[in-house]
Structures are given as C-alpha cells and as structure tokens.
Design a protein. Structure first.
Length: 660
C-alpha cells in the first residue's frame, strides 16, 4: 500500500478527542498505559486482585512458548466470583439481567440473589445427572436466562462448557460434541425468532445418533409442543432442576483449570476447539470490561447485543459483566422482532447506557433508516462499542450521530475467540477515537504490525498483526491438538502470535485493522485490502452494503470483484443499473486510486452471510471465479442465486475463516 493512499484514507476521517466530561468520569487514568508498560506481568497480577481467590496466587506468568500459565498456584471458583460474592457483599437485590424475549412485552428480571439460587439448583441437577469436574458439557441453547445459568453451573462444578451456537446444524453440533467427547448436552425444545417457534431438540436428537457417549440431555421447555424423547437419556429442566436445593457448596479449582471450549473455524474443514482456563481468562475479561466500557456498576445498564454461542457472549454477556456486578439487558430476539425499531425501544425502556454490537448489525440498522432510532429517546446511552470486523467510517459516524446523540465515544474493539478478551481498543476517557480505527493495544498488551520477515513496520505502513507477549486471557491451545496450535498461530513469525489479520499504522501510529489476510488482494503487485474497497463503496450514497473479493485474473494476478446491495430508495429510483455500476467503479477509483477500480461490480439483493452474520467472501470468490459472469451487472442468474441461497441455508456449516 502506498503512503499516498494511506494518507488519503486517513485524511477523509475525523478524530474525536474524549470529551472533557467523559475524561473526568473515566475509570482508567492516563498513567495506566505507562504503569502497565513498565512491568506488564506485574500489572496483570494487580488486575487479578479483582477476583476473590480461595488461595491467592504467588506466581504470575510462566511462559514456555506457546504455552502460558497465569497465576497457576492460585485457586478459585468462577461461578462464586460471578455471582455468590456479590450476594455476600449485600448486592443480592441488584438486577443481574433484564431479560427481554423475542415477543414484545415478555420479559423477566433476575437479581443476583435469584441468579445464585438458579445456578445452585442447576449445579445440583447436573451433579445428579453425573457431571463432575473436568467433564465436557455441550450447551446448545437459545438466548434465554437458563443458558447463562447453565454455563455458570457447569463451571461451578469445575466441568467444561462447550457452547455451540444454536444456529449451527445437527452435523456441526455432533462434530463438536465428538471432538471434545462431551458426555452431556443442555438444550431447549426450541427457540423464538420473530414470533415463530423454531425447534432445536430435533437437531440434538439427530446429532446424538452419532454420539454414543452422551449419557444425559437436559431440556428447557421454551416453546412447548411435542418433542422426540429418549427415556433414560432426556430430562426436562423443570422436572429435575426445579426440585433441587437452592444451596450448593462450591469447590475451588486451580487457576489453570480448563473452563470452556469454544469452536471456531480454521482454514481446514475441522473446527478448532479453542480452550480457555479460569484465573487468567476471568482477570482479562473483568479488567477489559471495566476499563474499556468505563463501567459504573451502580448506574450502568449494559447491553451486549450478541449471542452466548460466540465468544463475545461468553466474555461480555456472562463473565466480564457478572464479575463486575453490573446490570445487563439480555435480548432473545432479532433486531426486527416486533418491528424495525425494536432495539431502540429496548434501549429507551431499559435506559441502556452502554451498547456493544457488530458492524454488520449497525449497517443493517442503517439500511432500515434513521426514522427508527429517531422515534425513540436514546439519551441514556453514554458509550457505544463495536466488534467482529473492521467498521467502515460511514457506519461508525452513523452509529455516533444517530445512536450516540452525536457525542458518545465509540470503542472499536479488536479481539478473537483465541484472545479471550479485547486486545486492541481505545479507552474512552483517555484516547482519541477515529472512525474505523481500533487505535491502540490495551494496557499490558504488546501488539505489533510486521512485514513478511517479521520486522516492525513504520507509521503509514501495513502488514500483519502479531502479539509479541503472552496475556492472561489467551487461549491455552486447541483442545487435543497442541501441534495444530503451534503450527497455526506460532509458526508464521517465530516467537510471536500470528492473529491472521492485516493491519496498518497510520501517520499518528494508530492501528487500523484491515480484515483477515485472506482478504488482502494483490492487484498487479499492489496490495489492497478488500475492506478498503468495501469502505469506499459503502461511502457512496446509493450503497447499503458491499463485499469485495480478489478473483484470479490472468493479467493482474487478482482483480477486484464487488458484490453490492443498494439502499432501498436508491434501488427504487435507479432505473439504469449499468450507469450506476460505472459510477460506483469510478467512485472507488476516486476514493482509493485507479488501481482499486473494481473489474466488475455485481448488484445483488442480498449478500450471503453465515448465521453469525459474516459475509461469505469465499463463496463470493467462487462465484466470481468459477462462473463466467460475462458483463452481468445484476446478479439475477438463477443458478448463481440458487447456489448462494443454498449455501446461505447451510451457512453455519461453511468454514467461515475466510469470511470474517
Ligand atoms: C476475527 C475474530 C471477537 C469477537 C467476535 C469475533 C475480526 C474482530 C474486529 C475489529 C476488525 C475485527 C478479525 C479477527 N475482528 N473484531 N474490531 N476490527 N476486525 O470473534 O469469530 O474469533 O473472529 O474477527 O478478523 O481475527 P472471532
């Protein structure tokens, strides 16, 4: 990438200083960066004091690359730290979750004292079913309070949860159950989506046909109706959990006791079982949640609009916020369950102060239009967050202007399933923010951007994002496959953790994430990020969303093919689509440079996405490469559309490493 291009990019964006008022309230003081940098390991050790340890650790880091141990001689119980200790401290009546159902009007409020009892009952029930410390338990549940209760009950027993997103297929579920040999499954009969019940239990039954080791299945009744039943194996939650004692004496476990496994796609078809341990992970999520979201436990209402089936839900719906004893909103439905203003209604009614979500959702909300947020009072919001993919500056600005009353700081947080918690982010009261930039490593985190040979790049240059020192929340490995762990993350650049993302440092030294390196194109020897071209396209007033792929090209190596959805109004108004396509190509050329002019732009009513909302770029690349699209400007070829539609159906099974 040339300097001129980086400059052009940077000049187009704005920088926001933290507001004076916000800086005054902030939890973190500016000295935090220097304090942590002076001795990162010692700094993290002080962060571990946020937890209540049964045995206080005397050790901090033991590092035998690629295997880290943090606080290894300490012992603790994760569930006690998340719930019981707050009740003991007199916070029992504080609301832990305002749970809001898919259906408008249905909700449930759960205090910390109630949560403690529910967790105790679930832990007793799991014990009755045979669950013991070290056992793996698969969790395949919708966004209902029982999902959180289940996770906390499992870790309370020292067992290991493997939460599988409920949108995954039976086959995906069974492969995950088999890989970590889960002998127990907790699920529900079904889930609600936009008012309609969709079954879950049949997928479990189908998955278990190939999982002979599963001894017991615990089933929450959420939707009612008939379900298949295997006597002896299947148990209703209301029959076995509700009759248990509301007290449960917890045991303490070593800091390095495995706490959970979370599967994530790799470059091969087999998903990787990323596992995390207890003391370091909890320290990391508690500290990041507190400093990055500037949490005030007495007044904040936090809403992480994610699913517990992903790491974001684990770290910032369950463990981080509970450790910090905050009140949260937990929402079961889709953004438009009950209307396109549902989110804004939830924020208004619950006086949400901190909202954390993904760029893809922000763009969807943007596409629906400003009238929806405008019809609600969103003034309770004081901080907004984003995660999951690079956010285009237009979406960032829209988020701040329309959701954040034009003044809330936005924290663009970079991290991964593997990192456990956030690693690169602004701190709202201290650092400036720039639309589209994740800015700077969190205190105590050593990140760098390196070239092909592993050398640090200078300001204004791009390269690969690496972590150069271990951190407490880092994965301890791929379950059952230490070699793959070494090979995937620690071999590309010796001594460094290779994240798989491209990044650049702007002229001020601030970090911009450019997407997976798989998404970096090489056009006539020039490196270009698909994200950059997408940002440019989305910057055009007619464009709602864009996905760009590098398709192989005999002349230029790769050529840019863009798939574009138009804003509703533009779609209606624009009759001459080939003129619009030409305009868009020129627009990109103008924004980034002629080299970035897409070879082809294809207008399509939808972009294929995985169920987690990530654009399936690899599928688009296949479409762009394998099919002779000729001079098509509109993707109406039924075979192509069918192929996309078909893959959207099975989206959850598709290796999405390349789609991030
Ligand atoms: C990948 C990790 C972290 C929870 C959700 C995703 C991309 C994540 C950002 C961000 C640019 C981001 C990266 C990363 N990513 N956050 N703020 N800016 N890219 O977890 O499924 O493990 O995906 O998501 O490409 O490697 P995940």
């Amino acid at each position: 990438m040339t300097e001129a291009k980086l400059e052009a990019w940077h000049d187009e964006t704005r920088s926001f200083a933290p507001s004076a008022e916000f800086a005054k309230q902030a939890n973190a003081q500016p000295s935090i960066y220097d304090d942590a940098a002076a001795d990162p390991v010692a700094w993290w050790r002080t962060q571990a004091d946020r937890l209540t340890w049964t045995t206080t650790p005397t050790k901090s880091l033991e590092w035998d690359l690629p295997f880290a141990k943090w606080f290894s001689d300490g012992t603790l119980n994760a569930s006690y730290n998340a719930v019981d200790r707050h009740v003991e401290a007199g916070k029992g009546d504080k609301v832990a979750y305002h749970w809001i159902a898919d259906a408008v009007g249905e909700s449930r409020t759960i205090t910390y004292a109630q949560l403690q009892k529910l967790v105790a009952q679930a832990a007793n029930a799991l014990t009755e079913l045979g669950v013991k410390s070290g056992d793996r338990v698969a969790v395949y549940m919708p966004m209902i309070p029982e999902a959180v209760v289940t996770m906390l009950a499992i870790v309370r027993l020292g067992a290991v949860h493997s939460v599988v997103f409920a949108g995954f297929s039976a086959e995906a579920l069974s492969s995950r159950i088999l890989d970590s040999d889960c002998q127990y499954v907790v699920t529900a009969d079904g889930a609600y989506r936009r008012g309609a019940a969709s079954p879950l239990k049949p997928a479990v039954d189908e998955a278990l046909e190939s999982c002979p080791n599963v001894k017991a299945v615990l089933v929450v009744r959420r939707t009612g109706g008939d379900v298949g039943w295997k006597d002896g194996r299947d148990h209703w939650w209301h029959e076995i959990v509700d009759r248990q004692s509301e007290e449960h004496a917890y045991e303490s476990f070593p800091a390095e006791h495995t706490m959970f496994i979370m599967y994530t796609s790799g470059t091969t078809a087999k998903p990787k079982g990323i596992f995390h341990t207890t003391g370091g992970y909890l320290t990391h999520v508690a500290a990041t949640h507190d400093y990055i979201f500037d949490v005030k436990p007495d007044t904040d209402i936090c809403w992480t609009a994610a699913d517990i089936g992903w790491i974001t839900g684990h770290s910032y719906i369950v463990y981080g916020p509970l450790i910090n004893c905050v009140t949260q909103v937990m929402y079961e439905g889709l953004p438009d369950s009950g209307g396109k203003d549902r989110w804004w209604k939830i924020i208004e009614e619950n006086k949400v102060t901190i909202l954390y979500t993904a760029p893809t959702t922000i763009r969807t909300l943007m596409k629906w239009g400003e009238e929806f947020p405008k019809s609600h009072d969103l003034s309770s919001l004081r901080l907004l967050g984003t995660v999951g993919e690079p956010i285009n500056p237009e979406a960032w600005i829209w988020y701040r202007e329309n959701i954040g009353s034009g003044k809330t700081p936005i924290v663009d947080t970079w991290w991964q399933t593997e990192t456990g918690g956030i690693l690169i982010t602004p701190l709202p009261g201290i650092t400036a923010t720039k639309p589209g930039a994740a800015m700077t490593p969190f205190p105590g985190i050593s990140a760098d951007i390196v070239d092909n040979d592993g050398n640090s790049v200078g300001n204004g240059e791009g390269g690969y994002l690496v972590l150069t020192q271990p951190w407490p929340g880092m994965t301890r490995g791929i379950y059952g496959d230490p070699e793959r762990f070494m090979e995937t993350y620690w071999s590309r650049f010796p001594g460094m953790y290779f994240a798989g993302d491209g990044a650049k440092r702007d002229q001020d030294g601030d970090i911009w994430l450019l997407g997976r390196i798989d998404d970096v194109m090489n056009i006539s020897g020039h490196r270009l990020s698909t994200t950059e071209v997408e940002h440019a396209l989305v910057g055009h007033p007619a464009v709602a969303e864009a996905a760009v792929v590098g398709a192989s090209d005999p002349t230029t190596g790769q050529a840019i093919v863009a798939f574009v959805t138009l804003k509703l109004s533009a779609e209606d108004a624009s009759k001459d689509q080939s003129a619009l396509v030409e305009e868009l190509r020129n627009h990109v050329a103008k924004v980034i440079g002629p080299i970035a002019k897409p070879r082809q732009i294809i207008l399509t009513p939808e972009l294929p996405k995985t169920r987690s909302g990530k654009i399936m770029r690899r599928l688009l690349r296949d479409v762009a490469e394998d099919r002779d699209l000729g001079d098509v400007t509109t993707l109406t070829d039924p075979t192509v559309v069918n192929q996309i539609a078909e893959l959207m159906e099975i989206g959850a099974d598709v290796d999405d490493d390349l789609t991030r």
